[in-house]
Unconditional design. Structure first.
Length: 98
């Protein structure tokens, strides 16, 4: 195994109503002038099924996938891989006038 990586259990997420994996979660992104791109800076509890339109807070089913995945040990890579960002450590930048 490559140095700096560790095995991690992959997770499958699906709708409890129809079983679809075509699901989404509400999130917050901020504009990064340096990279000229939107960067994810937080996720919220609300989740939705894009097929049957069922929705709720943390209602999607999560199950371990059989295939292990390799994820870097760095904190930034782990947060990115899990779509988790600590809003207290990475608050959105305030809007500024030019």
């Amino acid at each position: 195994m490559t140095k700096g990586f560790r095995p991690r259990t992959r997770v499958r997420v699906k709708c409890p109503s129809c079983g679809s994996e075509n699901v989404a979660k509400d999130a917050l992104a901020r504009w990064a002038e340096e990279t000229q791109a939107w960067e994810l800076c937080g996720t919220f509890d609300h989740e939705s099924c894009l097929d049957c339109e069922a929705e709720g807070d943390e209602f999607l089913l999560r199950a371990a996938d059989e295939k292990p995945d390799a994820v870097s040990k760095t904190g930034a890579d782990v947060r990115r891989a899990n779509n988790l960002v600590d809003d207290m450590q990475n608050p959105p930048l305030p809007l500024q006038k030019d």
